[in-house]
Design a protein around this ligand. Structure first.
Ligand SMILES: C[S@@+](CC[C@H](N)C(=O)[O-])C[C@H]1O[C@@H](n2cnc3c(N)ncnc32)[C@H](O)[C@@H]1O
Length: 320
C-alpha cells in the first residue's frame, strides 16, 4: 500500500496536458528527448522539465546515452501502472494524440531517409567498413559456434546489408532469407551471394520494423549490427518475434555501450550500444529470454568497440 502523499505526487505529475501527451507518446515506444521536443514543438528545456517531473514521480524511466537521453514508460510500480491505465483510457481518435502520432511517424521517416542515404553511400565499401575496429574474426567464430549444433530450416537475416551473415552461415541452413530496406545493399548482397554460389539464400527489399508475413517464419533470426539504428530496439524485437517459430532462437550481435557520439553524427547510429540489462528487459517484453551472452573487446583497445553476441530463446509458454 502506498502513502496518500506518494499517490498525490504521482497524480500531480500525470495531471497536465503536455505530460499526458508525453505518456501517450512513450506508450508507443522509447523515444529520445530530441525527438520528443520535435514532436511536441516545445523548447527542449521545457520538455526536459516535464520529463524530469514524470521520472521523479516514477511514471517514466530515463536512460542517459551520451549526449542524448531516452525515455520509456516505467516498467512497474504505481507510476508504471498509472501511466498505462491513463494511456489506455485516452481515445485513439483524440485529435492531439493523432497529431502527435503523425509527427512521430514523420520524424521517424526523416531519420530512416537519412539512414537510407547513408547506407546507399556506403554499400559498396561496407564490407571494409564493417570490420573496422572490432574483433570481427572472434565474433564470427562465436556466431558459428552458436549455430553449430542446431538444425536450422529457415534462417532470417534482418538488416542483411551485404549478406555477410547469409554467407557465413550458409552451411547451416536449408533456406536463408535476408531482408534490407536499402536497394544498394540488396544489390551488393545479391551479386555477392551469386558469386559465392549460395543458391539457397535470397535477399528481399523490406522494412524490418514492419515485416511482411510473406517473409515467413524462421527457426533462427539473426540481427547483426542493426539494432543500434533504431530508437527502440525492444519494439523491433517484438516485431521480429512474430516471424519466429515457437521454440526458435534469435542471435543478436551489436555494440556494448560506448561513448562514440560521432557515430550518431556521421554513421546514422541512434543508440550508443546496448547493455545486458537492456537486452534482458527487451527480450522479456518480446516473450524471449537471454540464454547466452558473450562479449568481444576490440582488437585495438585504444579506439575500437566491444561487440556483444546475445542468444535469445523463444519462451514457448508465451506464444503469439
Ligand atoms: C550496419 S548494417 C549491417 C548489415 C549486416 N547485418 C552486417 O552486419 O554486415 C545495417 C543494415 O540495416 C539496414 N536497415 C536499417 N534500417 C532498416 C529497416 N528499417 N529495414 C530493413 N533494413 C534496415 C541497413 O540498410 C543496413 O544494410
Amino acid at each position: 500500500m502506498s502513502e496518500a502523499t506518494d499517490l498525490v505526487g504521482v497524480l500531480r505529475a500525470a495531471g497536465e496536458t503536455t505530460r499526458l501527451r508525453l505518456l501517450a507518446l512513450l506508450a508507443d515506444g522509447e523515444q529520445s528527448v530530441k525527438d520528443l521536443t520535435e514532436i511536441l514543438g516545445q523548447s527542449q528545456p521545457r520538455v526536459s522539465r516535464h520529463l524530469k517531473l514524470l521520472a521523479d514521480a516514477g511514471l517514466v524511466r530515463r536512460n542517459a546515452e551520451g549526449a542524448w537521453a531516452y525515455y520509456g514508460l516505467a516498467d512497474d510500480g504505481i507510476g508504471g501502472d498509472l501511466a498505462r491505465w491513463l494511456v489506455g483510457r485516452l481515445a485513439e481518435a483524440d485529435p492531439e494524440r493523432q497529431r502527435d502520432r503523425q509527427r512521430l511517424v514523420s520524424v521517424r521517416a526523416a531519420q530512416q531517409a537519412q539512414a537510407a542515404a547513408y547506407f546507399a553511400k556506403v554499400a559498396d565499401s561496407w564490407d571494409l567498413l564493417r570490420s573496422l575496429h572490432v574483433a570481427e574474426e572472434a565474433v564470427e567464430a562465436a556466431i558459428l559456434a552458436a549455430v553449430a549444433d542446431r538444425s536450422v530450416d529457415t534462417l532470417l537475416d534482418l538488416g542483411t546489408g551485404t549478406g555477410r551473415m547469409l554467407e557465413l552461415l550458409a552451411g547451416h541452413y536449408r533456406r536463408g532469407i535476408g531482408v534490407d530496406s536499402s536497394r544498394e545493399m540488396i544489390a551488393v548482397a545479391r551479386s555477392k551471394l551469386a558469386a559465392a554460389g549460395i543458391n539457397h539464400a535470397q535477399v528481399r527489399l523490406g522494412d524490418i520494423a514492419d515485416l511482411e508475413p510473406a517473409a515467413g517464419r524462421a527457426d533462427l533470426i539473426v540481427i547483426h549490427q542493426v539494432l543500434h539504428y533504431f530508437d527502440d530496439p525492444g519494439r523491433l524485437l517484438i516485431q521480429a518475434r512474430q516471424a519466429l517459430r515457437p521454440g526458435g532462437e534469435m542471435l543478436i550481435v551489436d555494440f556494448a555501450p560506448h561513448e562514440l557520439e560521432f557515430l550518431r553524427i556521421h554513421h546514422a547510429h541512434r543508440r550508443l550500444g546496448l547493455s545486458d540489462p537492456q537486452m534482458a528487459a527487451w527480450a522479456r517484453a518480446a516473450g524471449l529470454r537471454v540464454s547466452a551472452a558473450s562479449s568481444f573487446p576490440p582488437s585495438d583497445a585504444a579506439e575500437g568497440l566491444t561487440v556483444c553476441v546475445w542468444q535469445l530463446t523463444d519462451d514457448p509458454g508465451d506464444h503469439h
